[in-house]
Write a protein that binds this ligand. Sequence first.
Ligand code: AMP
Ligand code: ZN
Length: 463
Amino acid sequence: MAIRLYNTLGLELQTFQPLEKGKVSMYHCGPTVYDYVHIGNLRSFYMADLLRRMFEFEGYEVKQVMNITDVGIGGDNDEGEDRIIRGLKREGKEVTLENMKELTEFYTEKFIGDTVKMNFLSPHVLPRASQHIEDDIRLIQELESKGFAYTTSNAVYFDTSRTPNYGKLGGIVQGDGASRIGTNEEKRNQKDFALWKFNTSLGYPSPWGQGFPGWHIECSVMSTKYLGQPFDIHTGGVDLAPIHHNNEIAQSEAACGCAYANYWMHNEFVNVGEAKMAKSEGNFITMRSIEEKGFSPLAYRYFLLTAHYRTPTNFSWEALESAENAYKRLKTLMQMFKKESDGKEGSVNKAYKQEFLEAIENDCNTPEALAVVWKLGKSAGDGLSYPDAHATLLDFDRVLGLKLSENEYEVTHVSRAVNDLLRDREAARMAKNFSKADEIRVRIEALGYNLKDTENGQELEKI
Ligand code: AMP
Ligand code: ZN
C-alpha cells in the first residue's frame, strides 16, 4: 500500500516516493535550548517520532536527524535578541560563551529527559549547532563565492532577489517583508536574512568578523551534513514554514544547485483557549507540570494521538484527564487479554492490521488508527481470540508508542488486588456477564473504592 503524506511544498496529499528504495532520510527542526521545552514543542517532536515509527513499521530503514539549537540568532527576526542570551539574562548569568554552553547543556539534558518520558525513539543523530560553526562558515563562503551573499555593517546577508523561487514553500506570497523583520537600510531587500551576524563583544571568529551563525544556516548545514542533499522529509511546527524553512530552502538550493528536501511536513499548534501555547504568551505547560499533577507523560502522548497532526488541538487539564482515562482503560484491556491468553502466544490479525495500516498510511491518521484499536478491543473474546488481540495491539504499539505491554498505573495508583479485580470486571463486561461484573463491583467497594462506569471505562475513587 502507498503511504500518502501532506506536502507543504505543493499543498497537497502526495504518494511518498523515497529517494532510495526502502530507505527514508528525515530532518526535524529541534528545540532552542534556552529554557524547558513546553508541551506544544513536544507535539512537533512527537510528529517526528510518529513518522519514524510508521516508516519502520512499514519496513523502511530510517535515518533520523534532529538538531539542537544551542547557539545562533534564533527566531524569525534577525534584528531581535538572541534567545540564548535572553536565557542567560533571565537566569541572572553573565553573558559569556562558557555560560551559554552551561545553560544550553542543562536544557538539552532536560529536553532529552522529556523525550524519554514521551517514549520517543532516539534520533540517529542529534547534532548541536555549536559544534558546526566551521561548517556554517564554509557554506556561507560558498554562497558568497556564488554571488548569493553580501556584507553590511552588522551582518552577512543572503540576497533573496537572486533566487526566483524564494518563498515557494507553503504557497506563501512573499512581500518585501519590511513589516516582518523591521527596516534595515543596508539590506538590498527587506526579506534578505542574516547568514552571519557580527558581535564585537562575544562570538566565534569568522572571515567576516566575530559573531554568530544565523539559525537558518545551522539547519541547512546539519541536515545535509548527515543526510546528503536532497533528502526525503523535513519537518517542523507550522510556524516555521513561512520564514525559517523558506530560508533554509533558498540558501541550500542556491549553494547546491539542486533540490533540498522533497517532502515538508508541518504539525499544527497545541493551543490553550484561543491562543497558541508559547513562552511569550506565558500560557505554556511543561512535562514537569504534567507529572506534578500526577499524570503519566504517556497520557499526553495518547492525547496527541487523538488529534490528526495537521489539526490544531486545544490543551486543557480536563482534556488530558479524559485522554488518561481512555489510556488507562486500554492498558487494563491489554492486561486482561494477557491474563485470558494464559501464556498462549497469539498472532497478528491480518484484517485489523490492514485497517490500521490504511489509517496510518493516510497521512498518519492517528484518530482513525485509534478507532481501529478500540474496535479490536471490543471484538476480543468474541470473534477474535485474546492471544491474537494481545499480539495485534502489541504490534500496533510499535507505531503508537504507548508502552502497552507495561502498566505504570498498577503500581502507582491502586493496589494489585484492586487492579486484578478491575481487569476481571472489564473482562466480564466485555463478555456481557453483568451479574459477574456486579459481584466484582461489590468486592472492589469492600476494598475502599467507589466505582463509576463512564464513557472512558471504569473510574475509581477512594472512599
Ligand atoms: P523552538 O524551540 O521555539 O524552535 O520550537 C521547537 C518546535 O516546536 C518548532 O518546530 C516549533 O514550530 C514547535 N512549536 C512551538 N510552539 C508550538 C505549539 N504551541 N504547538 C505545536 N508546536 C509548536
Ligand atoms: Zn530548523
